[in-house]
Design a protein around this ligand. Structure first.
Ligand code: URA
Length: 422
C-alpha cells in the first residue's frame, strides 16, 4: 500500500478497500504515514464522504489501534453517555451519579473543552483536590464500589483517534459525519460499555446546526454502536440556548449540585432525568425511578462518594471570581432569545475555556444568566453576570454577552428533546 494511492482513491470519489483502511490507520498510528498525508486523506473524506461499510471499517481500525477495556464481571450492568457538546451542558455531572444510584455502573471517560463548548473534566477540576486521572485498577474498583466514574481516558484507548483528532482540529477537517461518528464511537466502544446513550446537540451552540445534519450523525453513530454489540440510542436535543443558568466551570458544578439536591433549573432536571431513563432502560432497568433518586438524596450520596474517591472535597467552597459585572437590559419586554454560541464565546473570553489545548482554564470564570427565554424584563434589569479573574477580558466578553440577548414579544417555548433515534 502507499498513502498516496489511498489519498488519490478517496480524492477521486472511490471506495477504500478494507485492507487499505486497516493499513492506513495502523501506519498513521505508528508514524509511518505522515501527518500531512493523513490530513490530505481527512480532507478527501470530508469532501467525498465514506460509505456505511467504510465508516464501520474505519471505526474498527481506530478501536484496534489500542485496547478495548474489559468491564465484564462487574456486579452491575454498564452504561455510558456521550454529548456532542454544548453551552452550559453540565448534564454528565448529575447524570452519572444518578444512574449509579438507580443500579447501573457508569464508566464515563470525558474530555476537556475547546472553543466555545466546555469540557466535563475542566468543570470537575474546579472542585478542590479532585483529580481526573485514574489508574486502571482505581477505575475498576471505583466503578464496582461507587458505580460512577468520570475521568480522563488513558492513552491506550483509540490512540489513532487521539492523533487524528488533533490533526483534524488544525486542518479544517472536523465537520465530517463519518469522521465525527467514527471518532466518538471508537472511543466509546473501546471503553467496553454494554450500552450507550448519545445526546446529539442541535442549534447555534452545537456542532450540528440543523436537525437533518444532527439526525444523519445520530443515525451513523447508532449504527456503529449496534454493529459492535453496544445497545445505542440517540436523542437530538436543543442547543440554541444554554442549558440552565450557569456557563463556565465552578459555576456549572454549583448548578449540578443544586440538581442533585432536588432543585436546579427545570431544563437541566428534565434532560438529566430523560437521559437517565434512556440509560436505565437500555440496561434492563426500566422500572428505576431517577426522579425519586434525585428527590430523596440517593443521587447526592453517590455524587459525594464519587468526588471523594477521586480526591475531591464535596464540601469545599468553589473558587470565587476576582471581578464580576452585570449586563443590563436596554429595553422592556420579554426575552425572546439567549444565543448559546454567544454566551459560550463570552464564557470562553472570560477564561472558562481555552484557545489552545495546552492552556489552563479558570475555575471561577463564566457567565451566570439572570434571565432566560420567556422571562419578562424591564430596562436596567440584570440579564446576566460576567465572572472573571482577569479584568482585561471584560470589554470583549461584555459586547458578546450583550448581543446574545434579544428582547421582544412572547417567544415560542422551545422543546428540549427534538427526536429519538434508534
Ligand atoms: N468529538 C469527538 O470526540 N470527535 C469528533 O470528531 C468530534 C467531536
Amino acid at each position: 500500500f502507499s498513502a498516496v494511492s489511498v489519498i488519490r482513491t478517496k480524492r477521486d470519489g472511490g471506495v477504500l478497500r478494507d485492507a487499505e483502511i486497516d493499513w492506513v490507520v495502523d501506519a498513521f498510528t505508528r508514524g509511518e504515514v505522515a501527518d500531512e498525508q493523513m490530513a490530505a486523506l481527512a480532507m478527501a473524506i470530508l469532501l467525498r464522504g465514506m460509505t456505511t461499510a467504510e465508516t464501520a471499517r474505519w471505526t474498527q481500525a481506530m478501536i484496534s489501534s489500542g485496547e478495548r477495556l474489559d468491564l465484564t464481571g462487574l456486579p452491575r450492568p454498564t452504561v455510558d453517555k456521550h454529548s456532542t457538546g454544548g453551552v452550559g451542558d453540565k448534564i454528565t455531572l448529575p447524570l452519572a451519579p444518578l444512574v449509579a444510584a438507580c443500579g447501573a455502573a457508569v464508566p464515563q471517560l470525558s474530555g476537556r473543552g475547546l472553543g466555545h463548548t466546555g469540557g466535563t473534566l475542566d468543570k470537575l477540576e474546579a472542585i478542590p483536590g479532585w483529580r481526573a486521572s485514574l489508574g486502571r485498577d482505581e477505575f475498576r474498583t471505583q466503578l464496582a464500589d461507587v458505580g460512577a466514574v468520570i475521568c480522563a481516558p488513558g492513552g491506550s484507548l483509540a490512540p489513532a483517534d487521539h492523533k487524528l483528532y488533533a490533526l483534524r482540529d488544525v486542518t479544517g477537517t472536523v465537520e465530517s459525519v463519518p469522521l465525527i461518528a467514527s471518532s466518538i464511537m471508537s472511543k466509546k466502544i473501546a471503553t467496553g460499555t454494554q450500552a450507550l446513550v448519545l445526546d446529539v446537540k442541535v442549534g447555534s451552540g452545537a456542532f450540528m446546526k440543523s436537525v437533518p445534519a444532527a439526525r444523519e450523525l445520530a443515525r451513523a453513530m447508532v449504527e456503529l454502536g449496534t454493529a459492535h454489540g453496544v445497545r445505542t440510542v440517540a436523542l437530538l436535543t436543543n442547543m440554541d440556548t444554554p442549558l440552565g443558568y450557569a456557563v463556565g466551570n465552578g459555576v456549572e458544578v454549583a448548578e449540578s449540585v443544586a440538581v442533585l439536591a432536588g432543585g436546579g433549573p427545570a431544563d437541566v432536571v428534565e434532560l438529566t432525568v430523560t437521559l437517565a431513563r434512556e440509560m436505565l432502560t437500555a440496561v434492563g432497568l426500566p422500572d428505576a425511578d431517577p426522579a425519586a433518586a434525585l428527590a430523596d438524596g440517593r443521587a447526592m450520596d453517590v455524587w459525594r462518594r464519587m468526588i471523594r474517591a477521586q480526591g475531591g472535597d464535596p464540601d469545599a467552597p468553589l473558587p470565587a471570581a476576582a471581578e464580576t459585572e452585570q449586563i443590563r437590559a436596554a429595553a422592556d419586554g420579554v426575552v425572546s432569545q439567549v444565543d448559546a454560541f454567544a454566551i459560550g464565546e463570552a464564557a470562553w473570553r472570560l477564561g472558562a475555556g481555552r484557545a489552545r489545548k495546552e492552556h489552563p482554564v479558570s475555575a471561577a470564570a463564566g457567565v451566570l444568566l439572570h434571565r432566560r427565554v420567556g422571562d419578562p424584563v424591564r430596562v436596567g434589569d440584570a440579564l446576566c453576570e460576567l465572572r472573571t479573574d482577569d479584568p482585561a477580558t471584560l470589554p470583549a466578553a461584555r459586547a458578546v454577552a450583550a448581543a446574545a440577548f434579544q428582547v421582544g414579544s412572547e417567544p415560542p417555548a422551545p422543546s428540549l428533546v427534538i427526536e429519538r433515534v434508534t
